[in-house]
Design a protein around this ligand. Structure first.
Ligand code: SF4
Length: 458
């Protein structure tokens, strides 16, 4: 396995940054306290989770049919569906729409899939200004960095960091409160919502039996970005479909509770297509770009399929001791944390080898699996990635040599019984560096298992 040096450097930097740990501890601590409250709304939480998993299982087993059903209902109301096999096709589709509309600026609501296809940098290269309208996204865009977390993009920043940022960029007081910053951004954005010809969003769910796109936010910005501009483009992964509108009754509270600890997110918007003749507002044109980008290959493999159940609540990130130590940016993938480590090697965002090291960035404690509302066996899937990596033959020569040596020693009683000092010297020589400078390197016991066995002590 080749671990990118930047991963090790950033992990080290973040892991030993007191500020980073303090900010994360504070923000995740607040989240954890709220989640406990949110879970109380479920009479039988386990049943709700199992039901959600079963619905997702059914969805994946019927994905082609459900997507066509969605398309049928959505287009019947005048919506347009574009099927994009990869990021490039999705980018080009957006570009063509913007060109047709002569749009030089777009307002965007938070969407991880647009991070996945690197839409912002693509559009900016084409001379289009992209305005992020979610407050967290607005902040990280100002800092010219990617989102830190799939639900809370600016989780790594304290309110003092944000006040300082706005002071530097806009000259607001350096001790601005979160309320005054929110009011400032709201004012800045209001005019842009009105000026933009095109709004872009992701989609939390696609509903097959009604042909609806469901957007969930706490700020109402997705509602503004999808209704003020005359054209709305929703870019959505094909796995986001659910069979029926009735299933929102389960998925919306699950997403809210596991995402932010709320009973329900503040704004839940169900869009059924463009403005109809008898309606007064909404876009005159609405497009849904259905993105594959590696998802059908994941679907094809029964051992990986479960990863498509993910509703992007971010709960496994907040639960993961590794994420909480190394932070979201260290993953260097649009999807960080445990589920990001599972998905990134298989989505077409790079090569398998570029991301498989993330499957080793785990203690396999199972906290991620425990915390997942749709009961994805996340830690088992990390193991599956490692297994696949072994088959892909991506290990370095030195690692292969080490395993060969380990096998040869393990299979030989004579080698296992060599004197303790010889084993300690060999282990020190070849393994101490890998063990790292901060842990005490273990020593071999004075008696081998074989010697203890002969004495009847085991
Ligand atoms: S894998 Fe589960 S816990 Fe993690 S983001 Fe997806 S739904 Fe949430």
């Amino acid at each position: 396995m080749q671990i990118p040096p930047s991963f090790l450097e950033n992990a080290e930097k973040k892991g030993f940054s007191k500020n980073h740990r303090k900010t994360l501890k504070f923000n995740i601590g607040k989240y954890e306290a709220k989640v406990v409250q949110g879970k109380r709304q479920f009479a039988d939480l386990e049943h709700a989770r199992k039901l959600a998993k079963n619905i997702k299982w059914h969805t994946m087993a019927n994905l082609p049919r459900l997507l066509l059903e969605f398309e049928h209902h959505f287009t019947a109301r005048g919506g347009k569906v574009i099927w994009a096999e990869n990021a490039e096709e999705a980018q080009i589709a957006v570009q063509k729409i913007l060109e047709a509309k002569e749009a030089k600026m777009v307002v965007k609501s938070k969407s991880m899939i647009t991070e996945e296809i690197e839409l912002n940098s693509f559009l900016e290269k084409k001379g289009v200004q992209v305005v992020e309208t979610d407050l967290g996204e607005f902040i990280v865009q100002l800092r010219e960095e990617p989102p830190y977390h799939i639900v809370t993009p600016a989780m790594h920043l304290s309110k003092e960091d944000v006040a300082q940022l706005f002071h530097e960029k806009y000259g607001t007081p350096a001790d601005s409160t979160p309320e005054s910053i929110t009011a400032f951004v709201r004012k800045e954005l209001r005019i842009l919502f009105q000026q933009a010809k095109v709004g872009i969003s992701g989609g939390n769910f696609l509903v097959a039996d009604t042909g609806s796109v469901v957007l969930v936010t706490n700020e109402g910005n997705a509602r503004m970005a999808s209704t003020f501009p005359d054209t709305h483009i929703a870019i959505v992964g094909i796995e986001k479909v659910i069979p029926s509108l009735n299933h929102l009754d389960l998925f919306l509270p699950l997403l809210a509770t596991y995402g932010t600890g709320q009973d329900l997110t503040v704004y839940n918007t169900i869009l059924n297509g463009p403005r109809q003749p008898h309606e007064h507002d909404g876009p005159s044109e609405m497009y849904v770009i259905l993105l594959d980008n590696g998802r059908t290959e994941i679907l094809e493999d029964p051992k990986k399929r479960q990863s498509l159940y993910c509703i992007r609540c971010g709960s496994c990130l907040n639960a993961c001791p590794v994420y909480k130590t190394i932070g979201g940016h260290t993953y260097d993938s649009p999807y960080s944390g445990p589920i990001g480590s599972v998905l990134s090697p298989h989505l077409h965002i790079g090569e398998f080898e570029d991301y498989v090291h993330l499957s080793h960035a785990s203690s396999l404690c199972g906290k991620c699996t425990e915390s997942c509302p749709v009961k994805i066996d996340i830690h088992q899937m990390l193991l599956h990635n490692r297994h696949e990596e072994a088959a892909w033959d991506t290990q370095s020569r030195s690692e292969l040599r080490a395993w060969k040596a380990w096998r040869s020693v393990s299979l030989s009683r004579t080698k296992m019984n060599v004197p303790r000092f010889a084993k300690n010297i060999t282990a020190n020589l070849f393994l101490k560096k890998l063990w790292g400078p901060r842990r005490e390197f273990p020593k071999f016991p004075s008696k081998t298992f074989n010697q203890l066995w002969k004495k009847g002590k085991v």
